[in-house]
Design a binder for this molecule. Structure first.
Ligand code: FAD
Length: 383
């Protein structure tokens, strides 16, 4: 009987499979599609250091060395960096390369296999699929934002979803390496929109919480306002971002990772960085379980403690920023934007780490006049 069955061939499943198989585990990865990486529901933004951690070289679509944050009143905060802030990768190619690496490490990958249900007993886990049963000692749920495996644990839904949409337009951005983020309740309430230069094309996307209606209406309006409504739409992608985390990410013989575990950066909705921290924690917990041949929730709970420790500070800073941001109306966003355009603050923003943007909070709060402005906006928003 294999040691571990993983459901889901996205980055969470493939990266975890590679780590486990590299340490000698017998791993079977089940993916319902006939290829890895389809359909794409990601902007493909990743930091250079994170890409190194994943250890693959996907097709590079763009590089970001400067960013404008455009405020509701149309003014902008300009930031730039000597080194790239971010790379824009071909996400399908990235996922496929991650699966290739997992296979090289010894993982057995089965495509076209749709997980239906599972049963856990003293003897192991049995997974029911469209092509029959798979048995193993441990099941890893890496089945994405709509995870049926996460739901099987009961009372384990994420707090809410952001609904995202993006299009690749036949349009060359004026500045080849500039990312433009737009804020405002008419643009993308509760989140932001992104414009990413990809050479001859440009990716425009945004996400909104469900109560604000469909993201498409916001994207159509944005493109209209930018005078780009007539440009050819080469590709459209949609997807949901699970926000607010899940109650639990483990149980007897069961572990969750990635979107299935609600491991998402609160500010940007990015999921690739949390996976890079959670997968080593998962491997350690699995190693511990096999070393004692004990697969119960008590042993596997070390996984949750460990990934929360690895991401803890970053998550709490991010949650703080998200909650604060959610309270701001357009006037407050403009006020902050004007304050943050000050050269001493832009200097801090220039050094932002896109994997953990919350690290700029403390240095910015230390700048003159910022604490009182933050407090004033907070109190006004509470009224
Ligand atoms: C619009 C948008 C833009 C985003 N942009 C970024 C970004 O720029 N940077 C970033 O870091 N993150 C971004 N994200 C988030 C990122 O895409 C996810 O966090 C990431 O894909 C999570 O990886 P995963 O492996 O957990 O899940 P997924 O990538 O969703 O993979 C899950 C896999 O499980 C398979 N599966 C599901 N159910 C079953 C089943 N029953 N049986 C078998 N297989 C199954 C699916 O086919 C899929 O292959 C974005 C998300 C959205 C929606």
């Amino acid at each position: 009987m294999p040691d571990v069955t993983i459901v889901g061939g996205g980055p969470a499943g493939a990266f975890t499979a590679r780590l486990l198989a590299s340490s000698g585990r017998d791993v079977t990865l089940l993916e319902e599609h006939h290829n890895a990486g389809e359909p794409v529901h990601c902007a493909g933004v990743i930091s250079p250091s994170l890409l190194e951690t994943y250890g693959v070289r996907p097709k590079l679509l763009g590089t970001v060395t400067s960013a404008d944050v455009v405020l509701p009143d149309g003014s902008a905060i300009h930031t730039s960096k000597r080194m790239p802030y971010a790379l824009i990768i071909d996400r399908m190619d990235f996922d496929q390369k991650l699966v290739d690496r997992a296979v090289t490490a010894g993982t057995t990958v089965k495509y076209g296999v749709h997980y239906k249900a599972h049963d856990i007993s003293d003897k192991g886990v049995t997974v029911d699929t469209n092509v029959g049963q798979f048995r193993s000692d441990i099941l890893v749920g890496a089945d994405g934002q709509n995870s049926v495996i996460a739901a099987s644990l009961g009372n384990n839904q994420v707090k809410y979803y952001l609904r995202g949409i993006q299009v690749d337009l036949k349009y060359r951005s004026e500045e080849e390496e500039k990312m433009i983020l737009r804020l405002g309740n008419d643009i993308a309430p509760g989140f932001f929109s992104w414009q990413l230069p990809l050479g001859d094309t440009t990716r425009f996307g945004l996400a909104v919480a469900a109560q604000y209606g469909t993201p498409k209406q916001y994207l159509d309006r944005l493109l209209d306002n930018l005078g780009l409504a007539g440009k050819e739409r080469l590709k459209t992608y949609t997807g949901k971002i699970p926000m607010g985390g899940r109650r639990t990410t483990y149980s007897d013989r069961l572990l969750l990772i990635g979107d299935a575990a609600g491991q998402i950066k609160p500010v940007s909705g990015g999921g690739l960085y949390p996976i890079s921290l959670a997968a080593p924690a998962l491997k350690e917990a699995v190693d511990r379980a096999f070393s004692t041949r004990t697969f119960n929730g008590t042993v596997l709970s070390t996984y949750e403690r460990s990934w929360r420790r690895a991401m803890g500070k970053s998550l709490s800073r991010g949650n703080w920023l998200r909650e604060y941001y959610d309270r701001l109306d357009d006037d407050a966003l403009n006020e902050f934007g004007h304050l943050f355009s000050r050269p001493d603050i832009v200097e801090v923003l220039n050094d932002i780490d896109i994997d953990d943007p919350g690290t700029v909070i403390k240095p910015i709060l230390r700048k003159k006049g910022v604490k009182s402005a933050v407090l004033k906006a907070y109190l006004r928003a509470r009224k």
